[in-house]
Ligand binder design. Structure first.
Ligand code: ZN
Length: 399
């Protein structure tokens, strides 16, 4: 994760949306025919793969700024949830929203992500918690994938929370296993199945049952693991062969080692710890020491991580988890692509991959986490097309 393979005075050649050559500018000019009008001059700037946001809850309605203020006055996230707020607040608003509204809101968030340099986003359902509403959210994700420049990778999270109308948790688990997973799989609406494996939400045994059922229907497991308490979610991720496990603030040493051995990627989401004002962040240094590949994501959601900016996440990863700037870039590009099974086509500037390229107005890559709270992205090229061209003096314009 320390190696970026930086090419100084480098160039990338693109044709039909794909990278056809990459390397030293002079060498490239001798082998690739280039028309002047198609050249983007990035002299003195950083050119790198578009960010891959490996974990978001993109599609929802409503907002929770009231709770934000309550939490500042000392209210705990769990207390807010008990009073019918938190996730349940968003579930109510999302159930009441039409698919058109969800697409409009999701599209606005994607616009912001794109302008901040993100070109591929994993998007989870999970604010519906009924068969009808979970399908509605996944359909909204499919529409957004078709309509928006950003590519979306869909994940089903029917087991995100226990819906208020269910007294018995196991009854809801049965609904997820017997009705939701088969329907989602049959309609091809998701690639992955995620779950909140957490004290008071879904226990290890329920999580195992849901993820095993998902596997039988061809959905690869993902887990929200060990965020609040060390429940053993990391160990479960290794056991079920999850592609990735998210959060991991409280993951045990054993869990981290087992994940590394089983080839599970740790998706760290420091925006959530920041937003919840907790003092403990995932132990990225120990994870890297154990050989666990780390990916990063915004965890974009209306309650616990209200940001579309991967640049902000890189800064938090350096300052709060002591990752190096190079490690954060690897985690936010190629490793994030691995975490959503897209490393064969995105996440690095390599011949044959999609031409998802960003230009940042910084003299070297270390400025990306170092210079925080502002947008350093100048151009976004998606599938070989300039989709964002920002002039610092003229605001943002979309091409
Ligand atoms: Zn999440």
């Amino acid at each position: 994760m320390k190696e970026l393979a930086v090419v100084s005075d480098g160039a990338v050649a693109v044709r039909d949306g794909k990278i056809v050559a990459v390397g030293d500018t002079r060498e490239l000019e001798s082998i690739v025919e280039v028309r002047d009008r198609d050249v983007i001059d990035a002299t003195g700037k950083v050119v790198m793969p578009g960010f891959v946001d490996a974990h978001t809850h993109l599609v929802f309605a409503g907002s929770r700024e009231q709770e934000f203020e309550l939490r500042l006055q000392g209210a705990k996230w769990t207390e807010i949830l008990k009073q019918g707020g938190g996730i349940l607040n968003t579930v109510r608003a999302t159930r009441n929203a039409s698919i058109e509204t969800l697409v409009r809101l999701g599209s606005a968030a994607l616009d912001r992500m794109l302008s901040y340099g993100t070109t591929t986003v994993e998007a989870k359902s999970g604010y519906g918690l009924t068969l009808r509403d979970e399908i509605k959210i996944l359909e909204a994700i499919a529409i957004l994938d078709r309509q928006h420049a950003i590519d979306l990778v869909p994940t089903f999270v029917g087991a995100h929370a226990i819906p208020p109308e269910f007294r018995n948790k196991d009854d809801y688990v049965a609904l997820v296993i017997n009705e939701m997973i088969p329907k989602v799989a049959e309609r091809g609406l998701a690639e992955f199945c995620d779950i909140t494996c957490e004290d008071g939400v879904f226990c290890i045994e329920q999580s195992r049952r849901i993820l095993e059922a998902a596997k039988q229907h061809g959905l690869r497991p993902k887990i929200h693991a060990d965020e609040i308490v060390p429940l053993g979610g990391a160990e479960l991720a290794a056991e079920v062969g999850a592609i990735s496990a998210g959060h991991l603030i409280q993951a045990s040493d054993r869990g981290i080692r087992e994940m590394a051995k089983a080839g599970v990627i740790g998706t760290l989401l420091p925006g959530t710890a920041f937003c919840l004002m907790v003092s403990k962040y995932p132990d990225a240094r120990t994870m890297i020491q154990h050989g666990l590949p780390i990916a990063l994501g915004t965890d974009f959601n209306p309650g616990t991580s209200v940001t579309e900016s991967m640049q902000m996440i890189l800064t938090l990863s350096c300052l709060q988890m002591k990752m190096t700037p190079a490690e954060t870039i690897v985690a936010a590009t190629i490793n994030a692509a691995h975490a959503i099974n897209r490393a064969h086509e995105i996440g690095s500037l390599e011949v044959g991959k999609k031409a998802d390229v960003i230009v940042l107005d910084v003299p070297n890559y270390k400025h990306i986490p170092y210079h925080f709270g502002v947008n350093l992205v100048e151009k976004v090229i998606k599938d070989g097309r300039v989709v964002v061209a920002r002039n610092p003096n003229a605001g943002i314009c979309y091409g």
